[in-house]
Design a protein around this ligand. Structure first.
Ligand code: GAL
Length: 813
């Protein structure tokens, strides 16, 4: 096929008038110079992060004076401008803290023992805590004079929670959800060539979940300038369809003409060397139109977890009044769910080896620097996971960027199962934003909703699905259901999600799942949420007082299962497309099975820092092809000499021999998806597992003698955002990790970097995240080191009383 033959193009118009007053439209249409005003070489799209230079102050939900005057009388919104004092240009914010986004003010609040705060990770947010539940943000900035002829737009990736936004002291609007993106047109109110004041009041009094949700502007904020003829925000959909050895890529763009003259226009799309242009059409003044161009890519590289190849569609608008342009990364791949065989990517069966995750991390709460998103995905991939569920809400877009780049399949979830205007609007914003990400394979319309098994639930899901199909006909929809299977919403979804459904903890039986499959043999299904096993890293005896659960894979709530239990069910049922374990990482809040002093969950396969618990190796054994031999617990049991210690091995080798101080304790064969177990009378020394030419050793260590620092990356971009996750190990004189060490580690830093948070994965630690010190928890701690905007050598030093310190060097350029 020649390239010429390979190129097809089309153009469709469905013009819609924009909401501009009729009179304005008429008078502007009469101005012949409008076209000239809109034209010009300086008009092009520019998208900038608005993360720097903010000031922050807590407000007060119960006290108007402490809430910067908001609501001091009835007239708060009597006029379109002037509702808030902080919105005035001359407002004195010198007493407000200087902060950068992303920002989660809950991280700096104290931990408080109050059963009502358990979900919040014991941070004082809610009706009882009005003085710590409101946050005010203020940003003063110049807009260049050239912005005059442009359209200006402000976008928030997510603010927790109810946000009121004021710009140049006018009320711009508000956002209900703490997770859905939202934005506003700034053009009419902007002051190009002068000062502009942006104010956000975020109200975290009410929550949307039962887990830690953070507080404030915890994701990025963007300003986008476009020419008056421009692509609508999130208005370009790039869809690919594999046809034999070629891919057909359809680019469908909603284009807005926000000028006073009709705009002749073509959509031009370049993908590598392939270029397609639509025929020329015309969009009336203040109207939108749909433009479509179709390209054929011969022998495309297909996107997959093993080969996450990304293409870029460079889309531009060509016409006499000047062109907007956007570059959209996308992937070429096919997907389908099959009722008998599970999930297929590019016509190959792929088992979803997934985890559900919330979005907070040690050190930073919900305000993750972008690099941490990649770090978390890399950690999950290291245990063989290929799928990620954004439970229970829209993720930040940088998470999906990381999943696209690194090859992680995503079940993308909206927060509100509702066909109300708010529910549909949240879903629409999610799908329009995320539909070009090849990693996204499934839209999840909700989780464990009371209406799931009812007729009303069925109608709601049907309405949501209609919207999802209209915005993105390429992906199926699901609902994470923990009951009502076969009724209500179940009848409306494309793929049936099972949350648990294993009949109450008896391993290898899955009565609900099997029964559903018998009754609905044409319905594809998968485990939308499984496991909920609980464990604390490095703990081998459950200790309720301290809030620790043993890390043997034996603890789980009655509705749930351990790692081995659920994976045996799923690995042995080919009709299931795999599943998503609850959870990849520990998260703040929901410290089940305990309350205080616990402030974070035990569900993670990794702790809040990303340190592996022992179950990590169970998954690694059965989710990767590489030989795994992991022996636990540690071998420091002074005082328990002669007493039996339970010894486990997570391995995928055929058989394993266990030895204590060189003496064989026997060889055991490994059952598929199983583990090995021994009772070993304790004697200090060396416990060793041998198999397949591998050896795993646990040695009784000496006391803590030194620290070691292990940065996950030693070169950073000097952009003020890049980050290294620096692990701290407490070691003995022979260099072995001391698995029970809890030394207080003090950090200092030299050079163009900063420590933005510390952690240790201890679910009961009440030490602050924003600090220059942290106790080790079972031998480990962590510091997050971020670059600044200048290059150089960053030297991070860790010290602890009575033992040798350590220094690590990170280059920023
Ligand atoms: C599920 C729920 C999750 C989490 C989990 C704990 O029912 O969907 O959000 O609460 O239980 O086991």
């Amino acid at each position: 096929m020649t390239r010429r033959q390979a190129i097809q193009a089309g153009l469709a118009f469905s013009a819609t008038a924009l909401a501009t007053p009729r009179a304005a439209r008429a008078s502007l249409a009469a101005l012949p110079e409008a076209r000239a005003v809109a034209a010009g070489p300086s008009l092009h799209r520019r998208r900038e992060k608005l993360d720097l230079g903010w000031r922050f102050h807590l407000g007060d939900a119960d006290d108007a004076a402490a809430d910067f005057g908001l609501g001091r009388n009835q007239e708060s919104f009597a006029k379109a401008t002037g509702a808030v004092r902080a919105g005035r240009a001359n407002f004195d914010d010198s007493q407000w803290n200087e902060i950068e986004l992303p920002h989660d003010w809950a991280v700096d609040l104290p931990f408080i023992e109050d059963p009502e705060l358990v979900a919040h990770g014991s941070k004082p947010l809610g009706r009882k805590y009005p003085a710590t539940s409101i946050g005010w943000y203020r940003r003063v900035f110049q807009l260049p004079a050239e912005d005059g002829g442009q359209r200006l737009r402000l976008d928030f990736d997510g603010v927790f929670r109810h946000a009121m936004v004021f710009f140049n002291n006018a009320f711009l609007g508000e956002s209900f959800s703490g997770y859905a993106p939202f934005g506003f047109d700034l053009t009419d109110l902007a002051n190009p060539g002068g000062e502009n004041v942006l104010v956000v009041r975020a109200d975290a009094t009410l929550g949307e979940g039962w887990f830690y949700e953070g507080a404030g502007i915890y994701r990025h904020v963007w300003i986008t300038r476009t020419p008056p003829l421009h692509f609508e925000h999130d208005g370009v959909a790039v869809r690919s369809e594999l046809r034999g050895r070629a891919a057909r890529v359809t680019v469908a763009a909603t284009v807005m003409n926000e000028s006073d003259a009709p705009a002749p226009v073509r959509l031009s799309v370049a993908i590598g060397d392939t270029r397609v242009r639509s025929p020329q059409g015309e969009i009336a003044a203040w109207s939108t139109a749909e433009l479509t161009a179709v390209a054929e890519i011969p022998n495309p590289e297909r996107w997959s977890p093993e080969h996450p190849h990304l293409y870029q569609a460079n889309c531009s608008l060509e016409g006499p009044i000047g062109g907007d342009a956007v570059a959209i990364p996308f992937g070429i791949r096919s997907l389908r769910f099959d009722p008998d065989q599970g999930f297929f990517l590019n016509d190959q069966r792929v088992e979803l080896q997934g985890t559900c995750n919330h979005q907070d991390h040690a050190g930073v709460g919900a305000a993750l620097p972008d690099r941490l998103q990649s770090y978390r995905i890399e950690r999950l991939q290291a245990m063989g996971s290929n799928a990620y569920r954004t439970s229970h809400n829209p993720p930040t877009p940088e998470l999906l960027d990381a999943c696209d780049r690194l090859g992680m399949l995503v079940m993308d979830e909206t927060r509100m199962m509702a066909s109300t205007p708010e529910g549909l609007s949240q879903l629409e914003r999610l799908i329009r934003r995320d539909r070009n990400h090849p990693s996204v394979i499934l839209w999840s319309l909700g989780n464990e909703e009371p209406l799931q098994g009812t007729e009303a639930g069925g109608r709601i899901i049907a309405s949501m699905k209609r919207l999802a199909n209209r915005l993105d006909p390429t992906r199926p929809v699901t609902l994470a259901m923990n009951g009502g299977w076969g009724r209500g919403a179940s009848l409306a979804v494309d793929v049936q999600g099972f949350n648990y459904g294993n009949g109450g903890g008896s391993a290898q039986t899955a009565p609900h799942i099997d029964d559903f499959h018998r009754r609905f043999p044409r319905q594809p299904s998968f485990g939308s949420e499984t496991a909920s096993a609980v464990s604390t890293r490095g703990i081998y005896a459950t200790d309720k007082t301290r809030g620790y659960v043993s890390a043997y894979d034996v603890n789980f709530p009655s509705y749930a299962l351990n790692a081995e239990g659920w994976w045996k069910i799923f690995a042995r049922r080919k009709f299931l497309a795999g599943g998503f374990a609850w959870t990849g990482f520990d998260y703040r809040g929901e410290p089940s099975p305990y309350g205080w002093p616990c402030i974070s969950s035990h569900f993670g396969i990794l702790d809040t820092c990303g340190f592996a618990k022992d179950s990590f190796y169970y998954y690694q054994a059965w989710w990767t092809g590489k030989p795994v031999l992991h022996l636990f617990p540690h071998w420091n049991w002074a005082g328990r000499e002669g007493q039996p210690i339970e010894v486990w091995c997570h391995t995928n080798l055929e058989e394993v021999e266990l030895l204590l101080n060189g003496r064989s304790l026997g060889t055991q064969r490994v059952e598929p998806q199983g583990h090995l177990q021994w009772q070993v009378p304790y004697a200090p020394g060396v416990l060793e597992a041998r198999g397949g030419g591998l050896s795993a050793r646990r040695e009784t260590t000496g006391p803590a003698a030194a620290l070691a620092l292990i940065p996950d990356r030693t070169t950073l971009r000097a952009d003020g955002e890049d980050l290294s996750v620096v692990a701290v190990e407490v070691r003995d004189a022979a260099g072995r990790l001391v698995p029970t060490a809890s030394n207080l580690v003090r950090f200092s830093l030299d050079g163009p970097g900063r420590i933005v948070g510390v952690g240790n994965g201890d679910p009961s630690s009440h030490e602050p995240d924003h600090a220059l010190q942290r106790s080790a928890f079972n031998g480990l701690a962590m510091a997050l080191v971020q670059s600044r905007r200048s290059g150089g050598t960053i030297r991070i030093t860790a010290a602890a009383d009575g033992i040798r310190g350590a220094t690590a060097t990170i280059m920023a350029s």
